[in-house]
Design a protein around this ligand. Structure first.
Ligand code: M6R
Length: 608
């Protein structure tokens, strides 16, 4: 949430700041702004909405200067207006901020009592006022920074420009990540290494609680007590290449269609494809001796974890404690240090997932990170990394990251089963064989169902509500289908365990309620069909998502039946997620919403 960039340069910075912000726009697109110091004067340019608005503004009102900071905003406190856009400037001090200042109301009241005049309704502005107050009292920028940080509570990162100290940028990391890039007589700053990739790949990651003063050639880092500390420099692998849409209309569409390739790539990392065996992971995670497994994540990653729970319990006989990270971190769960723990996150920066992981680490658990971004905070702090290798996912709605998370979790569950002796060698080979064949089936499904999903999406786009039902692993999948639809088409959708239908949601069913029933011909099929009958009996519009065997054994009238090939149970959630993704995508396209950057959302959620 929110992206921060900065340059202390030898050349003009404004265009380069803008380009770095483009690489961070996935973090929020409510507003953007840049501040530079030119000939001793602070200059600022801001615009509401996407970065392209700032770009147009800068064409009319260029900013000069060889030092500057920039920001792309995902609004937490205060509407997404230009007035609330960062940088905030008070008395020659410009501030960009990512995160939340939890005690801002108390600080604001205190500052207002001493005459401060607030221009915005953000929490961030208190930082600029507080610094200005300390500077007025005679402190240097560095002293003011140290004093100010002692007053802030919350999780935040900051970059600060002082007109009176025009050759340095001050930064702080108390939660959301910040990385400093080392250039040739220039220094850079970004919320992640991807933002800096075209500028440098020599980076220093600030540690939680660090703050620093950055000049053209040097960085001085302090801990929260003000002691000078040293942080190692490393070479980032972040690529400078821009991901393009290719021939696709949206990133989401491209990401849906590239799933067979990326999953094949991910599987090759975890499986012995030729011999149909799962990799041994005992050096990374001791599943064999784990007393249980803890899983936590947010959003789509959580739903992947929920499907993973079924696999770990079934194949590895490991009981799984799973919760959304925003609840997990505060539940005061009694944890055994003998349990293993997995944290799933595409970005590797999700604040609640990171906090849950730290909680488990503090309780002595070995923690594994199932992540897409191997240089993320979650990846760097985990004891073991299980990369999902999906490649950059740009669309806010997670598609290929979800199926790659599933593919990796499936291989981990098989490896765990093998390590624990709960599956035979023959079972292992059968399961791995199904996974190896999966990319081919995915390709076939994506090729065949497109026209059907386009047709169905046109009909569904007129309904205000949609219900999704499933049993077993199809239950979390029903929730994922509903999440995808509501996220990008703004249609209200809910996913339910099919067996729960009669415990409440059935009251909603009438001829205006489309009900999407996910029912592969598995051991739950007959029960799910009974639930489908209950929907049909009340006039609900049944959309059945099944396989060839399911379609052959069910003669109920449906609004639509989408038939997928028969597949082994372990890969069904991945195969069945494809029509759900396409449906959400085409409904959004039909409704004309912003598919890749849906309203109010951001790709990386670094606040709780
Ligand atoms: O980066 P993460 O995987 O930790 O993100 C978790 C959720 O914010 C994310 O999955 C979100 O729910 C997606 N937008 C869903 O499509």
């Amino acid at each position: 949430m929110c992206g921060i960039v900065g340059i202390v340069g030898r050349h003009p910075v404004s265009q380069r700041l803008l380009e770095a912000l483009e690489r961070l726009e996935y973090r929020g697109y409510d507003s953007a702004g840049i501040a530079t110091i030119s000939e001793g004067t602070l200059e600022r340019c801001r615009a509401q909405g996407k970065l392209v608005n700032l770009e147009m503004r800068l064409e009319r009102q260029p900013l000069n200067g060889m030092i500057g900071i920039g920001h792309t905003r995902w609004a937490t406190h205060g509407a997404p207006t230009e007035r609330n856009a960062h940088p905030h400037i008070v008395d020659g001090i410009a501030v960009v901020h990512n995160g939340i200042i939890e005690n801002f109301a108390e600080l604001k009241a205190e500052l207002e009592a001493t005459g401060a005049d607030f221009e915005t309704s953000t929490d961030s502005e208190v930082v600029a006022h507080l610094l200005a107050k300390f500077c007025r009292e005679g402190m240097s920028g560095q002293e003011a920074m140290h004093a100010m940080l002692k007053r802030l509570r919350g999780a935040f990162s900051l970059a600060i420009l002082l007109q009176n100290e025009p050759s340095t940028i001050m930064v702080a990391r108390y939660g959301p990540p910040l990385v400093v890039g080392h250039g040739d007589g220039e220094m850079f700053l970004g919320s992640d290494a991807i933002a800096l990739a075209p500028l440098t790949n020599e980076v220093t990651y600030l540690v939680d609680g660090d703050w620093a003063v950055i000049s053209k050639t040097d960085i001085r880092i302090f801990d929260s007590e003000g002691n000078v500390v040293t942080r190692s420099r490393c070479t980032s692998m972040a690529s400078a290449d821009r991901v393009t849409k290719g021939d696709y209309e949206h990133f989401m569409e491209k990401e849906i269609y590239e799933q067979p390739e990326v999953i094949a790539h991910a599987l090759a990392h975890y499986l012995d494809i030729a011999d149909h065996r799962a990799a041994s992971l005992s050096t990374r995670m001791d599943f064999a001796n784990a007393s249980s497994l803890v899983i936590s994540a947010c959003g789509t990653a959580y739903l992947a974890g929920l499907i993973g729970k079924y696999w770990f319990e079934r194949y590895a006989r490991l009981s799984v404690e799973i919760d959304v990270a925003s609840e997990f971190r505060y539940r005061d769960i009694p944890l055994s240090a003998h349990a293993a723990a997995l944290f799933i996150s595409q970005s590797g920066e999700t604040a609640d997932t990171l906090a849950s992981m730290r909680y488990c680490k503090a309780h002595g658990l070995k923690v594994g990170a199932v992540v897409n971004t191997s240089e993320s905070t979650i990846a760097r702090e985990a004891d073991a990394i299980f990369p999902i290798l999906a490649g950059p996912e740009i669309g806010v709605a997670s598609t290929k990251a979800f199926t790659c998370q599933l593919a990796v979790l499936a291989t981990l569950a098989i490896s765990a089963g093998k390590a624990r002796g709960t599956i035979t060698e023959e079972e292992e080979r059968q399961l791995v064989k199904s996974l190896v064949e999966m990319p081919r089936v995915m390709r076939q499904v994506l090729r065949n169902i497109r026209p059907k999903m386009q047709l169905l999406s046109q009909e569904l786009s007129g309904f205000p509500h949609v219900l999704y039902l499933g049993r077993g692993t199809s239950f979390p999948l029903a929730m994922e289908g509903a999440l995808k639809l509501k996220e990008i088409s703004y249609i209200h959708a809910e996913g339910y365990a099919a067996g729960e239908l009669k415990h409440g949601p059935i009251a909603l069913v009438d001829k205006n309620m489309p009900v999407i029933i996910i029912a592969p011909h598995d051991r739950f099929f007959d029960k799910t069909v009974s639930n489908m009958q209950e929907v049909a009996a009340r006039g609900g519009r049944v959309i059945l998502l099944t396989d060839e065997s399911g379609a052959a054994s069910c003669n109920l009238d449906t609004m639509h039946t989408i038939v997928l090939p028969d597949v082994e149970e372990i890969i069904a959630p991945i195969i069945f997620s494809l029509p759900l993704q396409l449906l959400a995508y085409y409904v959004a396209v039909t409704k004309g919403t912003d598919v890749d950057q849906p309203r109010n959302l951001a790709k990386s959620v670094t606040v709780e």
